[in-house]
Design a protein around this ligand. Sequence first.
Ligand SMILES: O=C(O)c1cccc(C(=O)CC[C@H]2O[C@@H](n3cnc4c(=O)[nH]cnc43)[C@H](O)[C@@H]2O)c1
Length: 207
Amino acid sequence: MKTLVVAATKAELTFLYQHFNLQEGDFIEDKNFDVLITGVGMVATAFALGKHLSSKYKLVLNLGIAGAFDRGLKLGSLVNITEDTFAELGAEDGEHFLTITDLGFGENTYKSNSNVNLNLPEVSGITVNRVSGNEKNIRNLSERLNPKTESMEGAAVLFACKQEKTDCLQVRSISNYVEPRNRDKWKIGLAIKNLNDWAIAFLSDMN
Ligand SMILES: O=C(O)c1cccc(C(=O)CC[C@H]2O[C@@H](n3cnc4c(=O)[nH]cnc43)[C@H](O)[C@@H]2O)c1
């Protein structure tokens, strides 16, 4: 059985493509693992996984960059996001937020699930449609959910894996802090390099 590597953009896997000499394209089948590029966001991710996730995979490995709420996480450092929440899924009730669980429509938090020990800091994250860049919104999210990271896909991957009963891991590299938007401070290159170095070693060791 194979591993399915899932990322939002090909740019986030640049060095992995180079190292394993992968062909161009958004779904690549290699000897020991396949790669799926979903597009940015939870809708694109859910759609792509709906098309490609199947029982032929023993593990889904979600890779990407992420924002950090926790200033203790260094830019370029890697985290194992073991729990991820759809932060906006629910209803506003004045100043109060009702989750879909409060509304009686199911879960909004999903966990990763694997026996593999990654030896990376384990954190909980949130998944959003809109990158947080407004002080009041950031404070509300922190108080309500106490997340350490933020991405636009993570919870969708964990959700799909739960539906398909497939083991999954989410490893992300911190590219920026969650704060009022200042793109000049983002360290995307460093985050992608460190993420790819880790992923190349992990996938090489597995096989
Ligand atoms: O501009 C570039 O060079 C570049 C290269 C590769 C990827 C990007 C992206 O913007 C990827 C979008 C991806 O990043 C995740 N992300 C990163 N930081 C945050 C955040 O603070 N809040 C939410 N999501 C974040 C997200 O998962 C996107 O899919 C640019």
